[in-house]
Design a protein around this ligand. Structure first.
Ligand code: J9Q
Length: 243
């Protein structure tokens, strides 16, 4: 997978070259290119934004600069690309989104700041039949899209074959079965007077699996009843319902 990020703060994306993601790049599983939006400005001030039509606070990012930047970056590689625009007004980015994007040959992230990017940039891309997703990583306001890109790139790349040491962990983490993950424990057996639940030390794998499933159901019911309600009809078996 090739990933391009266009931003006015390239340094913000440095963490993508660390740790797991850095190793995925080193292993050739991911190609990452970060581009400074200001490279496509033509004025001495390298202006990337302007006042909003209709008035109101803040600044809007200029369509000319973004149009030239996206055209140039897309032309760098012949692989078909999905353009992703992080925005608080976007559709929710979920684990399902991350899973779906693992099938993409290329992702091009457009990091907006200020009050966003002139809407015509997205409209122009869509009318040229380029796939464009406007996505939000949550209901809160950030200063720019860069942090959202860090989140989304990590969520996607960790799912790519060969990235995680143990592929099973991608299957068993939260959201993969629609439930939150339950509590986890490691040594020592007792810490500050708190003992690890007996069942986890029993060696009885059936009982352990049941206990873990019950804790996941319990935690999901307490913290995210919306996830429980969204489960497909056949997701819960009789033992789950008895819980
Ligand atoms: N708040 C923001 C400001 C600029 C670009 C993205 C966001 C965003 C994305 N997901 C939630 O917020």
């Amino acid at each position: 997978m090739r990933i391009d990020v266009i931003t006015i703060f390239p340094g913000y994306l440095a963490p993508l070259r660390e740790a797991l993601l850095g190793r995925a790049i080193g292993a050739g599983l991911v190609d990452l290119a970060v581009h400074d939006l200001r490279s496509w400005t033509r004025d001495v001030h390298q202006a990337v934004d302007d006042s909003p039509y209709g008035g109101g606070p803040g600044m809007v990012m200029r369509p000319q600069v973004w149009g030239e930047a996206l055209d140039a970056v897309l032309a760098l590689d012949e692989r078909p690309a999905r353009i992703v625009v992080p925005t608080p007004a976007g559709r929710p980015f979920t684990q399902a989104t991350a899973q779906a994007w693992t099938g993409e040959e290329r992702l091009v992230f457009a990091c907006g700041r200020y009050e966003g990017i002139d809407q015509r940039v997205v409209d122009d891309a869509r009318r040229r039949d380029l796939p464009v997703d406007e996505v939000s990583i949550g209901d809160y306001v950030l200063v720019g899209g860069e942090v959202a890109v860090l989140v989304m790139v990590e969520a996607v790349v960790r799912l790519l074959p060969g990235v995680l040491g143990n592929p099973a962990s991608a299957q068993q983490d939260s959201f993969s079965d629609g439930l939150l993950e339950g509590p986890a424990y490691t040594r020592p057996e007792v810490w500050r007077g708190l003992a690890v639940p007996e069942v986890l030390r029993s060696g009885n794998h059936a009982k352990i699996a049941r206990w873990r499933r019950d804790r996941a159901l319990e935690r999901t019911a307490q913290r995210r009843p919306d996830l429980l309600a969204a489960l497909p009809e056949d997701a819960l078996d009789d033992a789950d319902r008895a819980f």
